[in-house]
Ligand binder design. Structure first.
Ligand SMILES: CCCCC/C=C\C/C=C\CC/C=C/CC(=O)SCCNC(=O)CCNC(=O)[C@H](O)C(C)(C)COP(=O)(O)OP(=O)(O)OC[C@H]1O[C@@H](n2cnc3c(N)ncnc32)[C@H](O)[C@@H]1OP(=O)(O)O
Length: 290
């Protein structure tokens, strides 16, 4: 009785995922999903060059992969990148700068969905962070239960550096891994932690010398649940994560409204335009040098 009550509650918590098609103009899969026959662990690689920035299609592809992993009885999920320099560059700035209003609404709803899907994923989750993970990239990593990172990369919620305030639920994700005082300072500074700093404050759990080692460490973490009953484990995780998740689920429409007003404000659009232009300029001068 109690169990079915909890299960119903959890079902209500689960995001309603509209299975939009995984469209891609380039016909390249935006995520690669591999399940190891022996270990039963699924590796989900982000595969949207050049920097795995999160547009609607990539986020839908992640959601579909998570749904598949939950359905195919995989023992765990490792999130990583097919790119060996960038784990995920966060939200695709093309979606935020001078946006089409209807698309922006869809984009934000899918952004909420992807966080909910990863945060509430029923199997153990770990991120093998084999490249930079700013902003939304850091959010994906902190939605996982464990993080292993390669040296000389950066990670953090750097939104204030380009004029955004991270939404409340994004901040909660940070607060679930960092002590409050540290999270407040890092969020207000828009700090990007180096790998060593991230380990020092507990934003990542381990450092690995190579991607292979990172994947192996993630697998070891997933194996650590071998003695736990999968359903009991998953219900426990969801109960613990419920308060944060409820803060978003209870007011998804309010979050969307706030975000639209905020993103459309001229001050924010100007700041974002300048930031994006500087990124493009940096990329052009790099290309010129090589
Ligand atoms: C008052 C109530 C308020 C309520 C609050 C409500 C709403 C708040 C609203 C919004 C919150 C917004 C939350 C945002 C989260 C985000 O994720 S925003 C994205 C932030 N991301 C970044 O800042 C990362 C920027 N990128 C980099 O730092 C670097 O690119 C890199 C990831 C470290 C990789 O460096 P690398 O040298 O390898 O590559 P390049 O820099 O040369 O880039 C290559 C290529 O990629 C383009 N690019 C990079 N990042 C992005 C991106 N995020 N989106 C789109 N495009 C990107 C770059 O421009 C280059 O392209 P090219 O010029 O065509 O070569």
């Amino acid at each position: 009785m109690l169990r079915s009550k909890i299960l119903n509650r959890i079902r209500l918590l689960k995001p309603v995922i509209d299975r939009r098609c995984m469209s891609s103009a380039s016909k390249t899969p935006l995520t690669l999903l591999e399940v190891d026959d022996k270990s039963g662990i699924a590796t989900l690689s982000l595969n949207r060059p050049p920097v795995n920035s999160l547009n609607i299609d990539l986020m839908n592809s992640i959601i579909e992969s998570i749904t598949e992993i939950e359905g195919n009885k995989s023992r765990g999920l490792i999130l990583t990148s097919a790119n060996d320099r960038v784990f995920c560059a966060g939200l695709d700035l093309n979606e935020l700068h001078k946006p089409n209003q209807e698309r922006l609404k869809e984009f934000w709803a899918v952004f909420q969905d992807v966080w909910l899907a990863l945060h509430l994923c029923s199997v153990p989750t770990a991120a093998a962070i084999n490249g930079h993970a700013p902003a939304g990239g850091c959010l994906l990593a902190t939605a996982c239960e464990y993080r292993v990172m390669l040296p000389q990369m950066t990670i953090g919620l750097n939104e204030t550096q380009f004029g955004y305030m991270a939404p409340k639920w994004v901040m909660l994700s940070y607060l679930s891994v960092l002590p409050r005082r540290l999270a407040e300072r890092a969020l207000t500074q828009g700090k990007l932690f180096t790998t060593a700093e991230a380990l020092d404050v507990g934003l990542v759990d381990e450092i690995a010398a190579s991607k292979e080692e990172a994947l192996a460490k993630c697998s070891t973490f997933i194996d650590s649940f071998s003695k736990a009953n999968p359903l009991a484990r998953s219900l426990t995780k969801k109960q613990i994560r419920e308060p944060d998740v409820q803060k978003l689920i209870a007011d998804r429409a309010g979050d969307l409204k706030e975000c639209l007003e905020y993103i459309n404000s001229p001050l924010l659009q100007d700041g974002l335009g300048a930031y994006f232009e500087a990124l493009k300029q940096k990329s052009r001068s790099k290309a010129g040098k090589s």
